[in-house]
Design a protein around this ligand. Structure first.
Ligand code: MRU
Length: 341
């Protein structure tokens, strides 16, 4: 099932803030609704943010009353600015918005033809994401053995992508091959994507999953309760993988315990023109830390740090699974010279 779909001028998706207790369908028809959904994590996960940005531009095109192509183009540029100002870290959002915009900017023809072109390009981005994730599953399943217990952090599942997921696509593919695997999902404070979304997806699919709090990772590694880690990524730069806050801690623990640490991500998540020093780490609202859901748990007025992502140097990464294969440690030095992989 697709997490996000285009239906005649409406984007249909699920409000992920309500899962797993309620399944609420969102019907998005404007760029500002899409921007709100992204900011508030109703739609989230790097590959899905790419589709959201692309479909956001498709909404701008579809509902435009522009009388000429230059007017429509100006509207699309404004819409791209709005979408790009929502969340700074996942590169897929910028990549997709720029790809649709570049297609529009290179076009000469009627307003109607330009609208069609933008909508088609957005749909293509969504279709390519689904295909890439299926291939990631196939490529990554080779690294999974019968009997493995795999730890994953945050949600790199179907909900974080247009379809299948990245890290969870690997797990699903291995499970489908008949490998008897188990998953340990970290709850992923502060917004609990692991508890709310990953555990929900795996439970629904009948894949054995055990939920732990983030501070139990050291214990499960020390007790040899896990023998592989797979996570997704928000941006892969020349020297590091940027992913959900807490990923770096998991990676260092895996390294110390000789547990392979795999990253699964489509090419749209690679940003090899940059290094980790260039990446803007999103800082979110302090109430996400001072409150547990709607309930305050900290002294009023206490100082808070709330970075949504962290940076894992490639030293801690065993391999990166992508749609065309797997990059191993020996391939990582090439990231410095290839801006396109
Ligand atoms: O803040 P979120 O929920 O958008 O963060 C999501 C993650 O960090 C995921 O691990 C990442 O986007 C990869 S999803 C395939």
């Amino acid at each position: 099932m697709r997490t996000m779909e285009w239906q005649n001028g409406t984007v249909i998706t699920i409000d992920q803030t309500k899962l797993p207790l309620e399944t609420v369908t969102l019907k998005i028809t404007t760029v500002s609704q899409m921007a709100e959904a992204i900011k508030n994590l109703r739609v989230r996960g790097a590959p899905l943010l790419g589709a959201a940005a692309a479909f956001g531009l498709a909404l701008a095109a579809y509902h435009s009353k522009a009388g000429c192509t230059s007017e429509l183009l100006a509207e699309l540029e404004d819409a791209a600015q709005v979408l790009k100002s929502t969340r700074p870290t996942a590169v897929n959002l910028f990549w997709a918005a720029d790809r649709v915009l570049a297609k529009a900017q290179g076009f000469s023809g009627s307003v109607e033809a330009l609208k069609t072109l933008v909508i088609q390009e957005a749909q293509k981005i969504a279709d390519e994401d689904a295909e890439a994730n299926l291939a990631i599953g196939k490529n990554g399943a080779e690294l999974i053995s019968d009997g493995d217990t795999i730890l994953t952090h945050c949600n790199a599942g179907e909900l974080a992508t247009v379809e299948y997921g990245t890290a969870l696509s690997v797990i699903r593919a291995a499970w489908k091959q008949g490998k008897k695997i188990k998953v340990i999902a970290t709850e992923t404070r502060p917004l609990l994507q692991g508890a709310r979304l990953t555990a929900y997806e795996l439970k629904r699919d009948g894949i054995p999953v055990t939920l732990i709090t983030d501070n139990m990772v050291g214990y499960v590694m020390h007790k040899h309760l896990v023998n592989k880690v797979i996570v997704g990524a928000d941006r892969i730069v020349q020297d590091a993988v940027v992913n959900k806050i807490g990923t770096f801690t998991v990676a260092v623990l895996a390294y110390e315990h000789g547990v392979p640490f795999y990253v699964a991500a489509p090419k749209s998540t690679f940003d090899l023109a940059h290094t980790s020093a260039d990446v803007i780490i999103e800082e979110r609202n302090p109430t996400e830390v001072t409150h547990f859901g709607a309930h305050p748990v900290a002294a009023p007025g206490v100082g808070v740090l709330n970075p949504a992502f962290d940076i894992t140097p490639l030293k801690y990464v065993s391999a990166i699974i992508h749609e065309n294969g797997v990059y191993y440690k020996k391939d990582f030095p090439n990231f410095k010279t290839n801006t396109r992989v």
